[in-house]
Design a protein around this ligand. Structure first.
Ligand SMILES: CC(C)[C@H](C(=O)O)[C@@H](O)C(=O)O
Ligand code: SF4
Length: 404
């Protein structure tokens, strides 16, 4: 029997396959590079513009004239080409593609490394370079070497304050930052059903942090219900007996709140080991943890309290922001003293909207804490939304379990 990647790509692990792309997306950063590469191919028209999305999220709104000019150029081109164009404030590309756009069984490519996020729907979703994206715009097709698959076999259910992000950091620790290079990670087992859709997106999002080509969940009742909310009716599928390269077993019930210590994503330790570490900034958001459920988890802790360190909250999309507005989650967060940014990547990549100063220490719900990423000479710890909330309230690293 075949793995989910083999089924979608229609080829055995190790073989090379040509395939039509079902969805292709790029953002303000890589989109402009793809446009330059496309022009390098001559007078080529995009083959399937209706399958292409261009989403402004990385430096959105623009931070200077150079960025603004480049964004102007790509905006005009995207509209003329008939691409589905999302301007500033619509949200992060991966989040927008997760809001009823990507479907199970599809081949999805994004010009961004975290495109593996969309594997949460049982799609084969992966990041490609900007020049590959240009070729995909031109032809509507691409090729892959079908990856081997590592099974992440889940059992059990989440305890309070132990969240999908804790599970994500835990599997990254187990595999290591190059432990799954060019493999697919398939999340299976009886515990998989206990991971809600937002959590599946978080888990697949971090697959790339182990070097993986993608992460996938089988489309099941959770997927069906989520996509029904966007008017889609899908077929579910179950993992069959198949040969995985290896299996990693994780009992979700054994998790504890953890964080990734600077400057590696796989240096993962219990939050309690770092309790009391003073913080200069807390950031809730990104394609890992900027969804409504994340804002809600955060609000559940800060509600009726005040943060005692500067705290930036950036919803992953306009839809997330609207939901947080309607349910009162947003006012809880604002009341607590947090500052709200335009939906998008925010300070995640250290370009704007909250860069840390030298020697400053930050806590973030993002997926990467590489040296100098969010501020030259700064340090960043990565954690779950609840850990971010507990720590924002205290102004120092704090386990959310202290707020039980
Ligand atoms: C800027 C972009 C190419 C980059 C990526 O592909 O991952 C960014 O999103 C990141 O998270 O570092
Ligand atoms: S939120 Fe961060 S990790 Fe995600 S796409 Fe944007 S910059 Fe990359």
């Amino acid at each position: 029997m075949s793995t989910l990647s083999e089924i979608i790509l229609k080829g055995g692990a190790g073989s090379f396959v040509d395939c039509k792309v079902d969805r292709a997306f790029a953002h303000d950063g890589t989109g402009i590079q793809a446009l330059v590469a496309l022009r390098g191919l001559g007078d080529v028209k995009p083959a399937c513009p209706e399958k292409v999305s261009v989403i402004y999220d990385h430096i959105a709104p623009a931070n200077n004239t150079t960025t603004a000019n480049l964004q102007h150029e790509l905006r005009e081109f995207s509209k003329q080409a008939g691409f589905c164009f999302h301007d500033i404030g619509d949200g992060i590309c991966h989040q927008i593609m997760s809001e009823g756009v990507c479907l199970p069984g599809e081949v999805v490519v994004g010009a961004d490394s975290h495109s593996c996020t969309l594997g949460a729907f049982g799609a084969f979703a992966t990041g490609v370079g900007a020049s590959d994206m240009a070729a995909i715009w031109a032809s509507g097709e691409t090729w892959f070497k079908v990856p081997e698959t590592i099974e992440i076999n889940l059992d059990g259910d989440f305890r309070q304050f132990c969240e999908p992000k804790d599970l994500a950091l835990t599997y990254v620790k187990k595999l290591g930052m190059d432990g799954a290079t060019y493999k697919a990670l398939e999340f299976t087992g009886e515990g998989a059903v206990n991971v809600p859709m937002d959590g599946r997106l978080t888990l697949c999002n971090m697959a790339i942090e182990t070097g993986a080509k993608t992460g996938l969940f089988y489309p099941d009742a959770v997927t069906k219900e989520y996509l029904a909310g966007f008017g889609h009716s899908i077929k579910t599928a179950k993992p069959e007996e198949c040969s995985y390269e290896k299996t990693v077993d994780i009992d979700i019930g054994d998790l504890e709140p953890v964080l990734a210590v600077p400057h590696r994503v796989d240096t993962v330790e219990p939050v309690t080991r770092y309790s009391g570490t003073p913080l200069d900034q807390v950031f809730l958001g990104t394609c890992t943890n900027g969804r409504y459920e994340d804002l809600k988890r955060f609000a559940d802790i800060v509600r009726g309290r005040k943060v005692s360190v500067r705290t930036i909250v950036v919803p992953a999309s306009r839809a997330v922001l609207m939901q947080a507005l309607k349910t009162g989650v947003l006012s809880d967060i604002i009341d607590a003293g947090c500052s709200i940014g335009t939906p998008g990547c925010g300070p995640c990549l250290g370009a704007h909207m909250g860069v840390l100063g030298e020697g400053e220490v930050g806590l973030s719900t993002a997926n990467r804490n590489f040296k100098n990423r969010m501020g030259v000479g700064a340090e960043y710890y990565l954690c779950s939304p609840s850990t971010a909330a507990a720590s924002a309230v205290r102004g120092e690293i704090t386990s959310p379990e202290e707020f039980a």
